[in-house]
Design a protein around this ligand. Sequence first.
Ligand code: 9MR
Length: 339
Amino acid sequence: MGLKDLCAGSMLIGAAVTPGLLQNERYAEIVKNEFSSITCENVMKPESIMDFDATVKSGQTDRVMFDFSEADKVLSFARDNGIKVRAHTLIWHNQTPRWFFTEDWSKAEDAPFVSREKLLKRMENFIKDEMNYFNGAYPGLIYCWDVLNEFIEPDNNHPHGCRVRKNNWFSILGEDEPRYAFTFARRYAAPGQKLFYNDYNEYEQPKRDFILSTLRPLLKDGLVDGMGLQSHLLPDYPGMDEYRRAISDYAAEGLSLQITELDIKSLSESEADDELLARRYREVFEAAIGGGVESLTLWGVTDAQSWLSKPDRPAYPLLFDRAGKEKKAYYAVREILSK
Ligand code: 9MR
């Protein structure tokens, strides 16, 4: 019995994966045995699917062209193994090429941006064509979309918490960006697919309040369904009270909740740190189950592939070690899910 069997019926449990990881037999086995949900760690992001040459060649000025071949490797694996997919991510300031925003799809550094009107056409076509492709090729596979990612950044000192710096979407669309993103996504999503806002440091104040005041009007108009709690945590931060409080504050608004990118940045594999990690995972899973979280995704499968592991500074944030062996934290999670 894998983790997915222990929480079947109450919660999906997932991992972020890359096409490369799935080629490794041991790692692919872990994914098949343990998880009921998959997120593409990078290959569904705009920069991975937007095809510059094909776009220029197409001669169109308001429609980007795609290359979905890397994403297809992950989605066909999911389909063939009965695993559902969280689609990550449509509108994001990061990993979206600048040429998408420029006149004549120019890659020149100082190329001028298109008008607001033209960007809205590109945005609608982008969302529509991507959703139509995946929903057509993999009917019923994707259960939710991260429509808007990391739009709130209190450090930018905008009165409503908007991320104004290094955000080409915002430079052109301003505060209307979220409404347009969710309006188009709702228009083209398949029936039953949930639309999510996804962010990190989601438990902190004032970020939480800014997120909620952005989502409330969209929620009222039926445009957004859920809050993606990324949950990139440290062993001792945030405190569990703060974390639980955030979960209940989001839930109180009527948002569906998913933990979308969980990892806990432990920098040693000493016995003591391994124990600490297990305790922390236990608490987070308890909070998730107690808070009605419907899907919980780990941001990676083993410590080896985690984005937190650098060649000169390994990290130990996940449930499986570099060899793909279950850590104490894995058994702690099993215990909570078995209750
Ligand atoms: O794990 C991803 C890493 O491989 C990429 O280099 C990075 C680029 O921005 O994105 C990482 O994933 C991020 C996710 O898409 C959004 N939330 C934060 C994640 C960790 O940075």
